[in-house]
Design a protein around this ligand. Structure first.
Ligand code: NAD
Length: 439
C-alpha cells in the first residue's frame, strides 16, 4: 500500500512504460524509451528553502518550503504552489511529475514543476501570510523566472499570493540591469494573478471550465445521462466551480464535502447558496441548500468518508491526493470517478476500481484546464496582450477537446484504461521532444 504519492506516481509511470515498450519494435527504440523513463524517475532539481517570518507577536518562526523542477524538455518548468500543513517533499515531487505529464497531454509547451510550504495559512494573519510569501519568492528567486520556471496557484494559494510572489521577484530583479522587453515581461514569472496585475480573464474558473469540456465530451461514451447524480469531495476552487458548472448543465450535485464536514441533499444542492453558507459557518456541514434556500428539511449532514461511497453516477474527488485507496476502493458505488484533484486514486485503488468496472477519468486530463489558462496568461504577459474571456474559453475548449480525443483514441488503440491512454499520449510527446534534442 502506498502512502507516498511519489512512489504511486512512479508506479503509474512503470505501468505506462510497459505498455509502450511492448509496442516498441527496434532495439534502438527500446533503449531510447528506457533511457527517457529512467530520466523521468527523478526530478531534475528539488530545492528546499527555510523562510524566517517575523510573526505579529514579535517572534520569528521558520517555515520549510520546496520548489521541485521535474523536467523541462518540452519548455520552462510550470506548476502550482501549495500551502498546507501536510505538504511533504515527496508530495511536491509527485505533483511536479504529474505536471510534466499533464502539460504533455494538453500539448502545452511547458515542462513541469511544483512548489509548496508546510503551513496552515488559516492560522496566519494577512501580514504574516504576505511576509511568508515574499520570503518564499526571495528564497526560490534564483531558480525561477518567466522563461525558466513559472509558479502558479494550488491548494490554499490565491491571486493575491501570486501577485505578492511576482511583485517580490520584480523588486529583486529591478536591482540588476536588463532589457526593456525583459523588464516588461517580469509579471510572467507567476500565473493566477489578479486582472489588475497581469492576470488572465477566466483563470479563476479555468480548472472547472476545462473539466466541464472534458465531462461534456465524454458523457455519451461513459453513459452519463442528463440529470445524473454527482458527489464532490472538496468544495474549494476546483470543486465549487465544477459544482456550479454541472448544476447549470443539468446534473444533480447531491453531496459535497470540505475538510471539516459533508452534506447530502437528495434533490441536489444550490452551489452558490451552499458557498454563501460555507463562508458564514466555515464548513459545508449543515448547509442543506436547495434553490438558494438552506433548510434542515432538504438534507442531512454526512460523514465526509460516506460521501465517497454514495450510490451516485459520478464521484468527483476535488480535494487532495489519496482520497480513494485500497481500504475504501471496494466500497465505491459510483459508476464513474472523475478525478479533479491531483492524484486522488492510488494505483492499488485504481486496480480495484477497474475490477469493479468503475471508469476512472484521470486527473492529468480532467484538471489540465487550470494550467492551460495559466499558459494563456503567461503568453499574454510575454506578448503584452489581454484576451477577452470568450477568446480564453474558446481556446481552452479547443485544447481540452483535442486532448480528450487524443487520450480516448489512444486508450482504445492500446486496449487500456483512460489513465494509461493519457500517460501514453504524454510519454510519446516527451519521447519525441528528447529525440529532437539528441538529433
Ligand atoms: P482549494 O484550497 O481551493 O480547495 C480544496 C478543498 O478541499 C477545500 O474545500 C478543502 O476544505 C477541501 N478538503 C481538504 N481536505 C479534504 C478532505 N479530507 N475531505 C474533503 N474535503 C477536503 O484547492 P483547489 O485549488 O480547489 O484544489 C483542489 C485539488 O485540485 C488539488 O488536488 C489541486 O492540486 C487540484 N487542482 C487545482 C487547480 C486549480 O487551478 N485550483 C488546478 C489543477 C488541479
Amino acid at each position: 500500500m502506498h502512502t507516498n504519492p511519489f512512489e504511486g506516481a512512479m508506479e503509474q509511470l512503470t505501468a505506462a512504460s510497459r505498455i509502450l515498450e511492448a509496442r516498441t519494435r527496434t532495439k534502438r527504440e527500446k533503449e531510447s524509451l528506457k533511457r527517457i523513463i529512467d530520466i523521468l524517475r527523478y526530478p531534475e532539481r528539488a530545492v528546499t528553502v527555510h523562510i524566517p517570518v517575523r510573526m505579529d507577536n514579535g517572534e520569528t518562526r521558520i517555515f520549510e518550503g520546496y520548489r521541485v523542477q521535474h523536467n523541462n524538455v518540452r519548455g520552462p518548468y510550470k506548476g502550482g504552489t501549495r500551502y498546507h500543513p501536510s505538504v511533504t517533499l515527496d508530495e511536491v515531487k509527485a505533483l511536479a511529475f504529474w505536471m510534466v505529464m499533464k502539460l504533455a497531454v494538453v500539448n502545452v509547451r511547458f515542462g513541469g514543476g511544483k512548489g509548496g510550504i508546510i503551513v496552515d495559512p488559516r492560522t496566519l494573519s494577512e501580514h504574516e501570510l504576505e511576509a511568508l510569501t515574499r520570503g518564499y519568492a526571495r528564497a526560490i528567486a534564483p531558480v525561477i523566472g518567466p522563461t525558466v520556471d513559472i509558479p502558479g496557484p494550488d491548494v490554499n494559494t490565491n491571486e493575491t499570493i501570486m501577485y505578492w510572489m511576482a511583485d517580490e521577484y520584480r523588486k529583486l530583479k529591478s536591482q540588476i540591469s536588463m532589457s526593456k522587453k525583459e523588464r516588461e515581461t517580469l509579471p510572467a514569472v507567476t500565473t493566477g494573478k489578479p486582472l489588475a496585475h497581469g492576470g488572465s480573464e477566466g483563470r479563476h474558473t479555468a480548472t472547472a471550465q476545462g473539466a466541464l469540456y472534458v465531462f461534456e465530451k465524454l458523457t455519451k461514451k461513459l453513459g452519463i445521462k442528463q440529470g445524473a447524480t454527482v458527489a464532490i469531495q472538496g468544495f474549494g476552487n476546483a470543486g465549487y466551480f465544477m459544482a456550479k458548472n454541472l448544476v447549470s448543465a443539468g446534473y444533480r450535485v447531491v453531496a459535497v464535502s470540505d475538510s471539516r464536514g459533508a452534506v447530502y441533499v437528495h434533490d441536489g444542492i444550490d452551489p452558490e447558496a451552499t458557498m454563501r453558507c460555507k463562508t458564514e459557518k466555515g464548513t459545508v456541514a449543515g448547509c442543506y441548500c436547495k434553490g438558494s434556500v438552506c433548510d434542515v428539511r432538504f438534507g442531512r449532514t454526512i460523514d465526509p468518508q460516506e460521501l465517497l461511497t454514495l450510490p451516485v453516477d459520478v464521484l468527483i474527488p476535488a480535494a487532495l491526493e489519496q482520497a480513494i485507496m485500497e481500504k475504501n476502493a471496494d466500497r465505491i458505488r459510483a459508476k464513474v470517478v472523475f478525478e479533479l484533484a491531483n492524484g486522488p486514486t492510488t494505483p492499488e485503488a485504481d486496480e480495484i476500481l477497474r475490477r469493479k468496472h468503475v471508469t476512472v477519468v484521470p486527473d492529468i486530463l480532467t484538471n489540465a484546464g487550470g494550467v492551460t489558462v495559466s499558459y494563456f496568461e503567461w503568453k499574454q504577459n510575454m506578448d503584452g496582450a489581454h484576451w477577452p474571456e470568450s477568446v480564453v474559453f474558446e481556446k481552452l475548449r479547443s485544447v481540452m477537446t483535442a486532448a480528450c480525443d487524443d487520450v480516448w483514441n489512444t486508450a482504445e488503440r492500446y486496449h487500456t484504461s483512460i489513465r494509461m491512454g493519457a500517460f501514453i499520449v504524454a510519454l510519446s510527446r516527451i519521447v519525441s521532444a528528447y529525440t529532437k534534442t539528441t538529433d
